[in-house]
Design a protein around this ligand. Structure first.
Ligand code: T5A
Length: 226
């Protein structure tokens, strides 16, 4: 199906509190002001089923085993890909997505210790082979990100998984930005790491720079709107 894809899938990834939602919203604002058709989604969620799964997964009172957790993320993803992402991309829309399967690789493989081969094949079923056109990996230490998230609101079940868990997630994301790792994981598409430790405006400038240098049509549109 990927041959029918005409839009662009731009994913934001990183540790808790890295600023993904903030930057996605800012890029969405630039696109809207430039009159570029786009949709915004987050994982887990984005469909009725996905939103129900999100509640189950993030509720601090839920008890979820590691494999059930991975499969719930996959179920939410399969629904989002088939009901929303594919149709939007096939109609030429730019899709901004807050987390995708790189998060599963970081949280469920590196964090929970599930087998990479199992998670990768379940994920292929969930995504039906959909490859992001660009992943912006916002890099920040897990400790700083968790502090930001804790300052903002009460923590959810996954944020409460402990410092060691989040250190493994941070380390995994660092590995994902290397050429070697990306060469061995072509299903992830291009991943560009950006320093997310600066002020939101500084990170926004980095995001815009990468997006406009990668996509000619967006350089023209966003340049014209600036
Ligand atoms: N998960 C998800 C898995 O385990 N496996 C998977 O496959 C998937 C898809 C989702 C959880 O599920 C896990 C990962 C997560 O634990 P969520 O609530 O969607 O839960 O969690 P996050 O995506 O991490 O959302 P957060 O809101 O916590 O982080 P963001 O989006 O990175 O950060 P943001 O933009 O909301 O900012 C957080 C706070 O920091 C401030 C903001 O104002 C806000 O208060 N901030 C900054 N402060 C200083 N400097 C900056 N540059 C700042 N940018 C933002």
């Amino acid at each position: 199906m990927s041959d029918k894809k005409r839009g662009r899938l731009i994913v934001f990834e990183g540790v808790e509190g890295a600023g993904k939602s903030t930057q996605l919203e800012r890029l969405g604002g630039h696109l809207a002001r430039a009159g570029v058709s786009h949709r915004e989604f987050r994982e887990p969620g984005g469909t009725a089923l996905g939103d129900a799964i999100r509640q189950l997964l993030l509720d601090p009172l839920s008890t979820v085993s590691a494999r059930a957790e991975a499969l719930l993320f996959m179920a939410s993803r399969a629904e989002l890909v088939s009901r929303e992402l594919r149709p939007a991309l096939e109609s030429g829309t730019i899709v901004l997505l807050d987390r995708f399967f790189l998060s599963t690789y970081a949280y469920q493989i590196a964090g929970r210790g599930l087998a990479e081969s199992d998670v990768r094949s379940a994920n292929t079923m969930a995504t039906d082979g959909l490859v992001p056109d660009l992943t912006l990996l916002l890099t920040l230490s897990a400790d700083v990100g968790l502090e930001r998230a804790e300052r903002r609101s009460a923590t959810d079940r996954i944020e409460r998984s402990g410092r060691e868990f989040h250190a493994r997630v941070e380390e995994a994301f660092a590995e994902f930005s290397t050429r070697e790792w990306q060469g061995a994981h072509e299903e992830c598409g291009p991943i560009v790491a950006l320093d997310a430790s600066g002020a939101p405006e500084a990170v926004e400038a980095l995001v815009l720079d990468v997006v406009t240098s990668r996509f000619h049509e967006l350089r023209t549109a966003l340049g014209a709107a600036a």
